[in-house]
Ligand binder design. Structure first.
Ligand SMILES: Cc1ncc(COP(=O)(O)O)c(C=O)c1O
Length: 411
């Protein structure tokens, strides 16, 4: 595990961790929803707004040049963070994962798909990776197919090979379930998609913040991610897509900054990536997200992943001793990221969440934007605890003690 001194150092980078909740020291286990922000990200945002908050790519004056340089540097940092070739311009800034998936749905799906085509999904997807495809299917006549889930919410090779077929044009799948932490067998999925000439979209909202990412290794066609889940600000994220696809695709939004020439009745488009970035971008957000990515790279994504694996094993062992806890998701450690969804026998998830709040523990309760997965498990919601680099085994001990106490009260 990352040594305790490392963790103490890391924790001191996050001002919110000095805070209290309901008068207790904060235990922040809601990282699946959003992560806390290190001081360095606040400084980057503050620096832009305080010192050089000009618009980019337009001004001929120094302040605008400074903003432009910082924005362009932010994109270069994201290239490094994701292993993208800087020459190719394959990262588009968006508002986050939801907008990135909508971009692919509208700019690619709506224009390319037809009644003969199939989009393959799973029932464990976040609503952001289901609802846009439902709209594409409605408008284009394409069909949706779902790789079957096992009882514990995982995928098996047979189901993957049986669902992805010659009509599949796209497999859109999460890199890590935001409910169970399950990491699906991406290699098998990609192999089957490639075999049938289908594209792969990876919903990286959870995956990207917890794993070292190299898009060359991941070898997906689209990768959507959110800045706020990787220690960055809200309202910013991105889409990686292969250059050849970006060149073929129609723009998503239309207006200023995405054009080459505008005439009264027709226009032509700017190069990739600007073609997909109409209007004034979230300049501060991009700068803040890049500061977060730089911070995570300095800590080391491998160390973060290792630390979380250790926390997972610790949590799993601790929860396994409580016979009134039902844990959802894979049994195998190797398939699980740092997200635990559970229910306590006979107790409503919201009651658990409220009592944990009284103990200073922040968790999420409900259906986690994944109603089809809840239906699969035959439940309406869970209590979800999700970790990040600054969480510790002591916090897990405190969480488990709090569960024991509240179960005693509620039963
Ligand atoms: C797996 C997954 N996909 C998509 C999203 C949507 O991300 P955002 O709300 O940042 O667009 C989330 C957010 O929780 C998620 O966990």
């Amino acid at each position: 595990m990352t040594s305790s001194t490392d963790i103490i150092g890391i924790r001191s980078d996050f001002p919110a961790l000095n805070g209290t909740m309901r008068g207790k020291d904060l235990v922040y286990f809601d990282n699946g929803a959003t992560s806390l922000k290190p001081q360095i990200v606040m400084d980057a945002l503050d620096g832009y707004y305080r010192e050089y908050s000009a618009n980019i790519h337009r001004g001929v004056y120094e302040m605008s040049e400074r903003a432009t340089a910082a924005f362009d540097r932010a994109r270069e940092t994201m290239y490094r963070f994701l292993g993208v070739d800087p020459e190719k311009g394959e990262v588009i800034f968006t508002r986050g994962t939801t907008e990135s998936i909508n971009l692919v749905a509208y700019a690619w799906g709506m224009n390319v798909l037809g009644p003969e085509d199939e989009i393959v999904l799973t029932a464990m997807e976040h609503h952001s990776n289901i609802v846009p495809w439902q709209q594409v299917a409605r408008r284009t006549g394409a069909s949706l197919r779902f790789i079957p889930l096992t009882e514990e919410g995982t995928l098996e090779e047979d189901g993957i090979t049986a669902t992805i077929g010659p009509r599949t044009r796209l497999v859109a799948i999460t890199g890590m379930s935001n409910v169970t932490g399950y990491v699906p067998p991406l290699k098998t999925i990609r192999r089957e998609a490639r075999r049938h000439g289908a594209l792969v979209l990876l919903d990286g909202a959870q995956y990207v913040s917890h794993h070292p990412v190299d898009v060359q290794d991941l070898d997906c066609d689209f990768l959507a991610f959110s800045g706020h889940k990787l220690c960055g600000p809200t309202g910013i994220g991105g889409l990686y897509a292969r250059r050849t696809l970006l060149e073929q695709m129609e723009p998503f939004h239309f207006g200023g900054d995405m054009i080459r020439e505008v005439h009264l009745r027709e226009s032509t488009w700017a190069n990739v990536p600007e073609k997909f970035e109409a209007g004034t971008p979230n300049i501060a957000g991009a700068i803040g997200m890049a500061a977060a990515a730089e911070y995570l790279m300095n800590v080391g994504m491998e160390s973060i992943a290792r630390h979380e694996r250790e926390l997972n094993a610790y949590m799993y062992d601790a929860l396994s001793t409580l016979d009134y806890v039902t844990l959802y998701g894979p049994v195998s450690d190797s398939e699980r990221g740092g997200i635990f969804s559970m229910n306590l026998e006979g107790v409503h998830a919201h009651d658990v969440g409220s009592l944990l709040d009284q103990q200073g523990v922040a968790v999420r309760t409900g259906f986690h934007c994944a109603q089809p997965l809840m239906a699969h498990f035959g439940i309406t919601g869970t209590v979800r605890a999700s970790f990040y680099l600054y969480n510790t085994p002591d916090e897990i001990d405190l969480f488990v003690r709090a569960l024991e106490r509240l179960y005693g009260i509620l039963r």
